[in-house]
Ligand binder design. Structure first.
Ligand code: DX5
Ligand code: ZN
Length: 214
């Protein structure tokens, strides 16, 4: 299981220090962009993303929690991201079209889904997405409690992926910690996003290694 620490929980007064630590210890850097409309919070935008690529050497994964995500795909690609996801709830009938736009910009394309939407709605997109992002908390804030029902959603999606001989990856986001990492890996998770469990740890690099080996 690859570990993608979420910058949302990093120390914003010493970002460069955290980024250099992540370059050495993490597989992917997860970046949460929120607009205050699609989700009830505002995080950071392009003025933060743009300079990151000068320091970050691991793949950047931009999780767009915004309305009209398609307006920003090109900008995300220009800022050096290699993975980009948007929310199904913000795309609905445009989901396949947006996935294809992200791919044509040279990025891996992902679609994210909140815990209250049936995961089966995404089954038709497994062939069009490089990864599916299952939210295990409601999108908007770091530090929330993992929703246990997410495990069954991952298993159902994994079964569908295997049945359709697709190589789409499953990414999980929200409340990931040492308490659930092994169960998540067994259920079929390929990439685990982890914010507070990594950055609140006494030794974040050791926590990343522990999550990866869980
Ligand atoms: C929440 C974000 C997450 C968040 C995860 O909407 O998508 O990426 O940073 O943080 P933790 O791991 O603390 O739940
Ligand atoms: Zn996220």
């Amino acid at each position: 299981m690859q570990i993608a620490p979420s910058l949302l929980s990093a120390d914003f007064l010493h970002l460069e220090k955290d980024l250099r630590m992540l370059n050495e210890s993490a597989d992917i850097l997860h970046l949460d962009v929120m607009d205050g409309t699609q989700v009830p919070n505002i995080s950071f935008g392009f003025s933060v993303l743009d300079p990151l690529s000068k320091v970050v050497t691991i793949p950047m994964d931009v999780h767009l929690m915004v309305v009209e995500p398609q307006r920003w795909f090109k900008k995300v690609a220009d800022d050096g991201a290699s993975m980009c996801s948007f929310h199904y709830e913000a795309a609905l009938s445009h989901t396949a079209e947006y996935l294809s736009q992200i791919r044509s910009l040279g990025m891996k394309a992902g679609v994210a889904i909140n815990p209250d939407i049936p995961v089966e709605r995404l089954f038709e997109f497994v062939d069009k997405a490089d990864f599916i992002l299952i939210m295990s908390v409601f999108a908007g804030f770091g530090g929330q409690k993992f929703i246990p029902a997410s495990i069954e959603r991952i298993k159902a999606l994994k079964e569908h992926i295997l049945r359709s001989s697709s190589d789409t990856l499953i990414e999980i986001d929200g409340g990931v910690s040492l308490d659930n990492a092994a169960v998540l890996r067994e259920a079929g998770v390929d990439i685990a996003v982890a914010g507070s469990s990594v950055f609140k740890a006494e030794d974040p690099a050791a926590m990343i290694a522990a999550l990866r080996q869980a």
